[in-house]
Design a protein around this ligand. Structure first.
Ligand code: ATP
Ligand code: GCO
Length: 180
């Protein structure tokens, strides 16, 4: 298997971070949370309940793509490729709501694979309202869902329904992408 970058994507509260961390752990891969790469102005905007615009997102998406590519290069440099030919990969939690956003990420790694985490507005809204200590308010869910574009048939990856618990969702991703 060649080096891989798998993005866990979807609206706020879909489980990008929860599923991404668990997936990386199960695979022994690195994990990057794109939330940590937002400029302060973006975080302030979201915390104030104002949706980001495309122009807010472009530089951030380029930084996310660069961070993913850099983690893969580090893995190569550290010689983490296994004797069986398997290589380390990286899981990146990043909303990547629109196809043009995913295009920016594919520019950094044309082999990038996108897992789109999907669930009903009611389910995700409940999870967001139950979540503590996060800058993203549940009131932004409507604009997140309005911005979301499903994966195209020609886009590498898969959509996974997140109504089941994290372990089940991660098992479905590993099997669906044939990651083992
Ligand atoms: N499959 C799941 N089953 C039950 N609870 C879940 C599941 N996935 C995530 N959660 C819970 O839902 C909440 C939202 O998950 P998480 O913070 O990972 O979403 P996110 O997409 O990363 O959100 P954001 O984009 O706002 O950072 C958390 O409290 C998390 O524990
Ligand atoms: O594209 C976006 O609107 C943003 O990336 C948001 O999705 C946040 O980063 C995240 O969901 C909050 O934690």
């Amino acid at each position: 298997m060649r080096n891989r970058v798998v993005f866990t994507t979807g609206v706020s509260g879909s489980g990008k971070s929860t599923i991404g961390v668990l997936l990386a752990d199960r695979l022994g891969w690195a994990f990057v949370d794109a939330d940590d790469l937002h400029p302060a102005a973006n975080v302030e905007k979201m915390a104030a309940g104002i949706p980001l615009t495309d122009d807010d997102r472009w530089p951030w998406l380029r930084a996310v793509g660069a961070a993913a590519a850099s983690r893969i290069e580090h893995a190569d440099a550290a010689g983490t490729a296994g004797a069986s030919g398997e290589s380390a990969g990286v899981v990146v939690a990043c909303s990547a709501l629109r196809r043009v956003y995913r295009d920016v990420l594919r520019e950094a790694d044309p082999g990038a694979v996108f897992v789109q985490l999907v669930g009903s507005a009611a389910l995700i809204g409940d999870r967001l309202r139950a979540r503590q200590h996060h800058f993203m308010p549940a009131t932004l869910l409507g604009s997140q869902l309005a911005t979301l574009e499903p994966l195209g048939a020609d886009e590498a990856g898969l959509a996974v329904v997140v109504s089941a618990g994290p372990e089940t969702v991660v098992a479905e991703i590993i099997s669906g992408l044939a990651l083992t």
